[in-house]
Design a protein around this ligand. Structure first.
Ligand code: PDD
Length: 287
């Protein structure tokens, strides 16, 4: 039960439905955000909500979808979704989608709809994953960086490779996938950005092959505070094997250590000291 914000109205969870001819259901042309609210002394606080809303609007613009609400209205919708469901540790899913006004790829009478759902969601990772880190496999599915909508627009239809990559990783006993771009350089995880520490320098793929992650930016800001040199550059798969530390960042993933890639232990085979420091700074920042 609970309520979902749909096109400006709060709708009971069970009534928040769409028609089977919903255009985005068929063709994947839509965009979304993953946002988190954390419990703070002043109650639930949505972490970097404005940055997420800005990215949602950029995604819609790239997909040429006409947003029917303002940024203020979408921000207010997220606050209502958390408050009206009495949530404190929550995950929010704003999404922009085309309805059932028209079928077929050409359908030019389509109308963009917006929904915001929110549900109780404590920290994403099991405690041992947070301390020990996870096992990861390099995926056979590429993260196409030449397809611009992949990197800048968090578009629904662009998650097919991510989902198949994650399935592939899980079926080989790992917990996450590392995706390479179509030139074989490291891009990111199935739904998280990626960092390695090598010779004391923090490396992360440049933005041409990954989503402009908000958590990624938070970590880059922390690295600056710590006077750690950062390089946004092309990273090869074997550099990860010989890195001192590696970790994922994302709204769902938070700061998630990687202890092994493709059967190669990374560093000491558990969360490294810099990863731990950045995790601590992250959890202090969201509270
Ligand atoms: N997404 N890359 C991809 C492909 C993603 O889907 C996500 C997040 C990220 C991390 O971005 P950010 O730090 O802004 O969350 C990178 C899922 C939906 C999530 O974490 O909620």
């Amino acid at each position: 039960d609970g309520v979902i914000w749909l096109d400006g109205e709060m709708v009971p969870w069970r009534e928040a439905k769409v028609h089977v001819l919903t255009h985005t259901l068929h063709y994947g042309l839509g965009c979304f955000e993953g946002v988190r609210a954390y419990n703070t002394a002043e109650g639930a606080a949505i972490f970097r909500m404005k940055d997420h809303t800005d990215r949602l609007f950029r995604s819609a613009h790239i997909l040429n979808m006409k947003m029917p609400f303002s940024k203020d209205e979408i921000n207010a919708a997220q606050l209502s979704a958390v408050r009206d469901n009495n949530l404190d540790e929550a995950y929010l899913r704003p999404m922009v989608f085309y309805g059932s006004e028209g079928m077929g790829l050409r359908a030019d009478n389509l109308k963009a709809h917006v929904m915001v759902a929110a549900w109780e969601w404590p920290s994403y990772m099991a405690p041992e994953a947070k301390e020990l880190g996870i096992k990861v496999r390099t995926s056979s599915y590429t993260r196409h960086h030449v397809n611009i909508t992949m990197c800048k627009a968090k578009a629904n239809g662009n998650y097919i490779n991510s989902m198949l990559a994650l399935q592939e990783a899980v079926s080989s006993g790992c917990e996450e996938a590392l995706m390479l771009d179509n030139e074989g350089y490291v891009a990111e995880g199935s739904s998280e950005n990626f960092f390695i520490l090598r010779n004391g320098v923090l490396h992360t793929p440049e933005l041409t092959s990954c989503l402009e992650g908000i958590t990624r930016q938070t970590i880059l800001d922390f690295a600056k505070e710590l006077n750690i040199e950062v390089k946004e550059r092309r990273i090869t798969r074997d550099e990860v094997y010989v890195a001192e530390e590696a970790f994922f960042t994302g709204t769902a993933a938070e700061v998630l250590p990687v202890r092994e890639l493709d059967g190669r232990v990374i560093g000491a085979g558990k969360r490294g000291p810099l990863t731990e420091k950045l995790q601590t700074m992250f959890f202090d920042a969201v509270k």
